[in-house]
Design a protein around this ligand. Structure first.
Ligand code: PLP
Length: 415
């Protein structure tokens, strides 16, 4: 069948929550993917920040083959070497970026719960916070995106996502992503403070250390758990293992109580993790108070452990920082008409457009063989595989110029 026929058939068979698919893909290799008509695309979105190692990485293929030939699932009545080793690897990367004393403390106290997605990681973190300090409300930032299941959705800001499903199980107060916004919170009855170190869905907006410090202070004052959602920003994407690592304010390290991970954690297998970073968070959920059938099964955890070791071998966080900075410099030097600025970190970047034409531009780029997306009307998000070469990402520049000119032309013609 052709690409158009598959797309039509999709609509007859799948629930329409994702809208009409842009293409039907058959396979990928490295940073590229092909559709059923044989057309090739350069993936500058990485399956929305998931495919850190690109498509069909031979080591991941080998790990999946080997693990599938042993077993893929055993239930959480049991454990496996894969699960324990993956937890050790996750703890190690969660401790990176701090002084050696602090690293040792995190490694000895942190505990990992594997789940199946980012939203589930945040559900677990919310339950952890409610268990640690029962009955309080959650604080989240305006613009936040924490997922679509009901607990995580209660922390997600965008009205069209939330409002049809309100009221939620517990109250959430949304505050401005500013020091004043956080300092204005009434400290009575707060159980959880959620933040993304860099808001991806809101348009690739990094938080400043002062805001993160204010959130830490509020958590200390109220007894709430401070939860950093690193679902999108983590796993090397922002140039460090986790985007918050090394954040200091007034000489003090700002360390969260809980970190949530997913996306790049499993190189494309569905996995998330809720990491309790200290003893208080780690002891909040008791046996039986949370669980998931598939969470942490040997297939996904074998992949998690290999993903992390490969990322270490290839030094992908450092590489993401280098390639991302060089790419943005090239874009700035190219002075592309219609592109006002760039923002973000590592290989999670936003192009800020002069006009609200990002959805049309993303479509035009797709036609030209580049996958990007438009999280806001004037923002193009770039989150390619972390293995991508500068020479590859640079090819976006002439394509961007052409696509912008085409969109302008279409607008003039009223299309
Ligand atoms: N948190 C953040 C910051 C995200 O970007 C996302 C997804 O985009 C989620 C949570 C939800 O993750 P998932 O789609 O795996 O449920």
């Amino acid at each position: 069948m052709t690409n158009s026929e598959w797309k039509a058939s999709y609509q007859d068979n799948l629930l329409g929550v994702f809208g009409r698919p842009q293409a039907c893909f058959t396979h990928g290799q490295g940073t590229r993917v092909w559709d059923t008509d044989g057309k090739e695309y350069l993936d500058l979105l990485g399956g929305i920040a998931v495919n850190a190692l690109g498509y069909a990485h031979p080591e991941i293929v080998k790990t999946i083959h080997e693990q599938a030939s042993r077993f893929t699932h055993v239930s959480n009545f049991f454990t496996t070497p894969q699960q324990v080793e993956a937890a050790q690897a996750v703890k190690k990367i969660c401790a990176e970026g701090w002084g050696s004393g602090r690293q040792a403390e995190i490694v000895s106290q942190a505990r990992v719960l594997f789940v199946n997605s980012g939203t589930e990681a945040n559900e677990a973190a919310l339950k952890m916070a409610l268990a640690a300090r029962p009955g309080g409300r959650a604080i989240a930032l305006k613009g936040a995106f924490h997922g679509r299941t009901l607990g995580a959705l209660s922390l997600t800001y965008k009205a069209p996502y939330r409002e049809p499903f309100a009221p939620f199980v517990g109250p959430t107060e949304f505050v401005e992503a500013s020091v004043a916004g956080i300092e204005a919170v009434d400290p009575e009855d707060v159980s959880a403070i959620f933040l993304e170190p860099l808001q991806g869905e809101a348009g690739v907006i990094p938080l400043v250390p002062e805001v993160v410090a204010a959130a830490r202070q509020l958590a200390d004052q109220t007894g709430a758990l401070l939860i950093f959602d690193e679902v999108q920003t983590g796993m090397g994407r922002c140039g460090k293992w986790l985007a918050h690592q090394g954040i200091c304010h007034d000489g003090k390290e700002i360390i969260p109580d809980v970190v949530t991970l997913a996306k790049g954690l499993g190189a494309g297998v569905p996995v998330g993790a809720c990491v309790a970073m200290n003893l208080r968070a780690a002891s909040a959920l008791k046996p039986g108070s949370h669980g998931t059938t598939f969470g942490g099964n040997p297939l996904v955890t074998a992949v998690v452990a290999r993903t992390i070791s490969l990322m270490e071998e290839l030094d992908l966080p450092t590489r993401a920082a280098k390639v991302g900075d060089a790419w943005m410099q090239e874009i700035a030097d190219a002075q592309i008409p219609g592109v006002k600025a760039t923002r973000g970190q590592g290989l999670l970047r936003g192009l800020v457009l002069e006009k609200n034409i990002a959805p049309q531009l993303a479509k035009a780029l797709f036609k030209a063989g580049f996958i990007v997306n438009a999280p806001a009307a004037n923002i193009i998000r770039l989150a390619p595989p972390l293995i991508i070469e500068l020479e590859e990402v640079k090819t976006l520049i002439p394509a961007l110029k052409e696509a912008l000119a085409q969109v302008e032309l279409d607008l003039e013609k009223g299309e």
